[in-house]
Design a protein around this ligand. Sequence first.
Ligand SMILES: Cc1cc2nc3c(=O)[nH]c(=O)nc-3n(C[C@H](O)[C@H](O)[C@H](O)COP(=O)(O)OP(=O)(O)OC[C@H]3O[C@@H](n4cnc5c(N)ncnc54)[C@H](O)[C@@H]3O)c2cc1C
Length: 486
Amino acid sequence: MEIGIIGAGASTVGLLDALARFAREPGALTILEPSPYLWRGRAFAPDLESVLVNTPPMIMSASHGDPGHYGRWLADQGGSYLDRRLGQPIVPRGVYGSYLEQTAESALAGLRRLGWRTDVVRERVAGVLPADRPTLVTHTGRRHLVDVAVLAVGCGVPQDHYGLGGSPGFVRDPYPLATTLADVAPERDVAVVGSGLTAVDIVASLAARGHTGRISLLSRAGVLPAVWQRPARVTMAHLTTDRLAALAREHGALTLDHLWSLLDVELGPDLAELAEEVRATNSEDPIGRLRRHLSLIDSPGMGRRLLQQAVHVVGPHAWRLLRQSDRDVLRGRYFRAIASLSSPMVPGNAATMLELLETGQLAVIPGLRKIEPGDGGFRVFTDGSVRSADVVINAVNPPPHSIPDGAQAVIASMLTAGTAELHPDGGLNIEPTTGRLMVSGHVDPRWYAVGDLAGGGSFITTSIPGLAARAEATAQAIVSPLMRPA
Ligand SMILES: Cc1cc2nc3c(=O)[nH]c(=O)nc-3n(C[C@H](O)[C@H](O)[C@H](O)COP(=O)(O)OP(=O)(O)OC[C@H]3O[C@@H](n4cnc5c(N)ncnc54)[C@H](O)[C@@H]3O)c2cc1C
């Protein structure tokens, strides 16, 4: 069997690792990726030392089913990256990229030992040809005929909400910060659009470079990510995928009330604290909230820890079973609370943020309306004021399941050929258990999608364990003899 994989980021690393574990017979593999950094994708390319991973080692294994895989690799590297408040190593993202590289190389070596031919083609896939076998056409016109093709193209880059593209001093995509911050003089007045984890990366990196000018985080609500608590063992005896599926079967769909009752059984008295945390997300002063979260790193309360795990582990299953009206409520009323609590910042970065907020160098400004270029800089309009900035750095995340610029052409060509179909909430329609593409309700065993292009998932960006789990399910479907294409 000949497999073609489009894109070589973390999802593909998870896929290769699983293929190497499952494959029993020789085959052939072609991976197509135009970027200079194989296996790292957008998130884990070399960058400043201040650009850190957002999660502790036990949930960064690219090898599904082996949660200690990354921790063991890290222990072998030496070097101390301890976040002492968290009690866990938090490495620069470029270091994690080296782990992905080595995981991919070792999986490829394993496949070759089994007799596989493996090729990496440094080209972008720009289209497909209508044919019985998937035919991938690269931007130089080369054709690759395969039996099975996997789309692993990742998510998009930040959107330019205020139409500032081309304005001097505007940075549309902040990564790599080593390049984009290189021209920002220390005394410049920097406005960052967004207040999530990307904004935190930017602030931490400006601070590490000795920035002295004002830094403003501009957003509509001014909500910062919560702060990681020390990891503690979270067991979910009731909030399980089986229980969710049973409830959905029994009642025709899952509801928020079902989820709340299951959280109640799991958490007992800690539920009230979690409810208060969710309620306060939009109203609490950001400095007060950050200070409070820093003081709660060692708190024994399980509410936030359980919610975080639930969102990433059972969240994708729950989302698919949830009644449409309840999905709308989550996406609308609770989006900021869930995003902030389920994707927290690491304590080291939180401490840097608090220090800068307390000295007044950093401000979190809600009520952003628009930004206009003007007077050699920018004018920023918020609900209550107009302010200026020399530099505007975009840190607005692309909507979940958006199609990255580099994959627009290939997806357009697949839509035209009838090989793929858009999901109404973004991404492509897939069969959730295997990642196979679905068109008009029919599953196509020749085409797969992994990572955030796979539509129908929740509004939270998938993290490494979620990507690795999906990649493993796809690898299993590809190599399973019963499921192979005829
Ligand atoms: C800045 C950032 C930081 C993150 N940090 C963490 C973290 O600390 N912990 C965590 O768990 N998760 C983190 N995530 C979330 C998630 O784990 C990553 O987004 C993950 O790397 C996604 O992997 P991927 O392979 O699906 O996509 P990507 O890593 O984006 O890889 C997709 C690849 O496809 C290639 N490609 C695109 N189009 C084509 C084409 N037409 N032809 C060929 N190749 C193509 C791209 O060049 C790219 O290399 C982070 C995400 C971001 C954006």
